[in-house]
Design a protein around this ligand. Structure first.
Ligand SMILES: NC(=O)c1ccc[n+]([C@@H]2O[C@H](COP(=O)([O-])OP(=O)(O)OC[C@H]3O[C@@H](n4cnc5c(N)ncnc54)[C@H](O)[C@@H]3O)[C@@H](O)[C@H]2O)c1
Length: 384
């Protein structure tokens, strides 16, 4: 530990009771009298890394819980419960509509928080035909777990300097082993090193990650792997803004003249081709950000190419962002209608945190069983 860190550690003693599991344990007996240890002394007894990384995040299994009666009851109430009930019914309608292809958009730290298996099940049950996501969800969280690593339950009231000293990264109340994340960065670099030097869409690269997991993966519960097996294309329009970015920087640094690259325009072209192949489209958006706009904009891109395509017929968004700042994440689906992106009628915003709302929306559609009659689109195979 260097001196600066040591000094900081001594100053962060206000966290000591939490780190050591409560105030009582910080007392030491001297003769008959119990006295509280000096703060500097108590910070020395920090928990081991192994102890901090001992409770893995367990992923929600929507198959286990029939939430249909609950969601139906919520639809008859008010506020966000009613909005969620309507959103679940719209998602089920998308699944029932034989002419509708479904694009799932993902932003936020969803898989580190236990929502990965929900998306694996949606893929395996033909409840989603294409995915647009942030890189962090697909690489740092999904591919990472596919390699056999885990996310762990942590605390928010913790000494982050102490976490840093132990190479533990924190996402709110979740911990990640930074050493394991480095292995994930390295694996993406290794995949890049083996590819022909040319531009790739993120979808093509993620398919290579699926191949990698098929051969070398240690956990079959992976969206990258399930999507590879079911020919569901996965796009990350800002692919380098995650663990993969480090691997790709390493690849390009070491191969300055002959290297592969990610072509974000190719991503947009491929997703637009999917929009052109389908009569109707529905969006299930979790969080906002780049994936939300990228998927919505395929209507405008198709129109710009001279095709007369329908706006997205169905749209659901689960978000905590609100519309008052004028930014994209919280902009309503009603507003998207003015831009010619989302049709009015079958759209619904749900203002809720995704770990609460997605298991209900996805679980409702799963237990309604309309997916059983739905055919896989296999869009990834069509794009090659
Ligand atoms: N999230 C991470 O831990 C992380 C880690 C490394 C890199 N990144 C990169 O940062 C960029 C931004 O990603 P991001 O994950 O921070 O998303 P983001 O900040 O772009 O999220 C957009 C919006 O989604 C909504 N949202 C996010 N999480 C939500 C939730 N749990 N429930 C409801 N709504 C939610 C919020 O309104 C947010 O403003 C991406 O390029 C990503 O790859 C993120």
């Amino acid at each position: 530990m260097d001196k600066m860190l040591a000094d900081k550690s001594a100053n962060s003693n206000y966290m000591a009771p939490l780190l050591n599991g409560g105030g009582a344990k910080n007392s030491v007996k001297t003769g008959a009298k119990a006295v509280t240890k000096s703060p500097a002394a108590s910070t020395r007894r920090e928990p081991s890394k192994k102890r901090m990384l001992r409770t893995p995040i367990e992923h929600i299994d929507i198959k286990k819980y029939n939430v249909v009666p609950l969601v139906d009851a919520m639809a008859k109430t008010a506020f966000q419960a009613r909005n969620l009930g309507r959103a679940a019914k719209i998602y089920d309608q998308m699944i029932k509509d034989k002419d509708c292809s479904i694009i799932l958009c993902l932003a936020g730290s969803l898989f580190s928080a236990g929502l990965k298996q929900v998306v694996v099940d949606l893929i395996r049950c033909n409840m989603v035909d294409a995915i647009v996501s942030t890189g962090a969800i697909i690489v740092d969280q999904d591919f990472f777990e596919g390699m056999g690593f885990k996310h762990y339950q942590g605390q928010i009231m913790v000494d982050d300097d102490m976490l840093r000293r132990n190479f533990i990264d924190r996402i709110y109340d979740t911990y990640i082993d930074e050493d394991e994340l480095r292995a994930c960065d390295a694996a993406t670099g290794e995949i890049a090193d083996q590819l022909d030097p040319r531009p790739y869409s993120s979808r093509e690269f993620i398919r290579e990650m699926g191949k990698y997991l098929k051969k070398k993966g240690k956990n079959k519960s992976s969206v990258v792997l399930a999507a590879y097996e079911k020919n569901v294309p996965v796009f990350c329009p800002a692919f380098s803004d995650c663990s993969a970015g480090f691997g790709l920087v390493h690849h390009q640094w070491n191969n300055p003249r002959r290297h592969m690259s990610i072509d974000s325009a190719k991503d947009f072209l491929e997703l637009t081709k999917i929009k052109l192949k389908t009569k109707h489209s529905g969006l299930l958006m979790i969080g906002g950000g780049v994936p939300k706009n990228f998927a919505q904009d395929t209507v405008v891109a198709a129109d710009y190419l001279g095709f007369d395509v329908a706006m997205h017929k169905y749209a659901v968004q689960i978000t905590v962002a609100d519309e008052r700042d004028g930014a994209l994440s919280g902009s309503t689906l009603k507003e998207a209608n003015s831009w010619g992106k989302v049709d009015s009628g079958a759209e619904q915003m749900v203002y809720a945190e995704a770990t609460l709302a997605l298991p209900l929306v996805a679980g409702y559609a799963y237990h309604k069983k309309n997916w059983k009659k739905r055919k896989a689109r296999g869009f990834a195979a069509l794009l090659d």
